[in-house]
Design a protein around this ligand. Structure first.
Ligand code: 5GP
Length: 213
């Protein structure tokens, strides 16, 4: 990241497929106007109804590789055989304007964001139980016969990184999970280290804060 001071927070939301990340992302973005999504780049083909530039930037593999070579991604990873990456430019612009950015990405990407941006906030979404996760994956109706065990093993692998995240949210109920993620963000904005940057702009002098933030 550039050395310019930034005040926005990169908010990473990760969790196994079936935990409800996409639904929570949609709810957060529709309810709160002070949060914008990071639009990821991917080499996976669009699903029906997905729009280039809104859901993802759909790139060919050579285009994605060229993005890596030009250092255009803040993080990138291979997930289920396709490449995914977070474009740096729009993210940095929002952060510099003080706008928080929501990144719904996998654990490999989440941990890269943590290394690249010390100010990031990492939230991991868990299902209420493995049985519930299996039920949710099954209800999507896109699991080929015999694939359920693979999906569940992948979910366990993702969840093995959960304790490296700052917060864990259990998605027992959509409204409750959305409100917990929101509350985490609101509280995190007020952390002394973050708030001090805003306080400097107000011209308020608080003893003991020199050199922090
Ligand atoms: P899907 O293709 O189903 O939309 O996403 C597959 C997985 O890739 C999900 O876990 C999703 O969170 C993750 N993903 C989406 N965008 C990115 C990204 O920019 N970087 C990384 N590392 N993972 C991503």
């Amino acid at each position: 990241m550039s050395s310019k001071p930034s005040t926005g927070i990169p908010v990473v939301l990760s969790g196994p497929s079936g935990a409800g990340k996409t639904t929570i992302q949609k709810q957060l973005l529709s309810r709160y106007q002070d949060l914008v999504p990071s639009i990821s780049a991917t080499t996976r083909p669009p699903r029906p109804g997905e729009v280039h530039g809104k859901d993802y930037l759909f790139l060919s593999e050579p285009e994605f590789q060229s993005g890596i070579e030009q250092n255009l991604f803040l993080e990138h990873a291979q997930v289920h055989g396709h490449f995914y990456g977070t474009p740096k430019g729009p993210l940095e612009e929002h952060l510099h304007l003080g706008v928080d950015v929501l990144l719904v990405i996998d654990v490999q990407g989440g941990l890269q964001i943590r290394s690249a941006c010390t100010e990031s906030l990492l939230i991991f979404l868990l299902p209420p139980s493995m049985a519930d996760l299996a039920k949710r994956i099954d209800s999507r109706g896109d699991v080929p016969p015999g694939e359920m065990q693979v999906r569940l093993r992948n979910a366990e692998w993702e969840m093995s990184f959960a304790t490296q995240y700052d917060y864990l949210v259990i998605n027992r109920n959509l409204d409750e999970a959305v409100s917990q993620v929101r509350s985490i963000l609101v509280a995190d904005r007020c952390r002394t280290q973050r708030a001090v940057r805003r306080i400097h702009h107000l011209g308020i002098d608080l003893p003991g804060l020199e050199g922090r933030g």
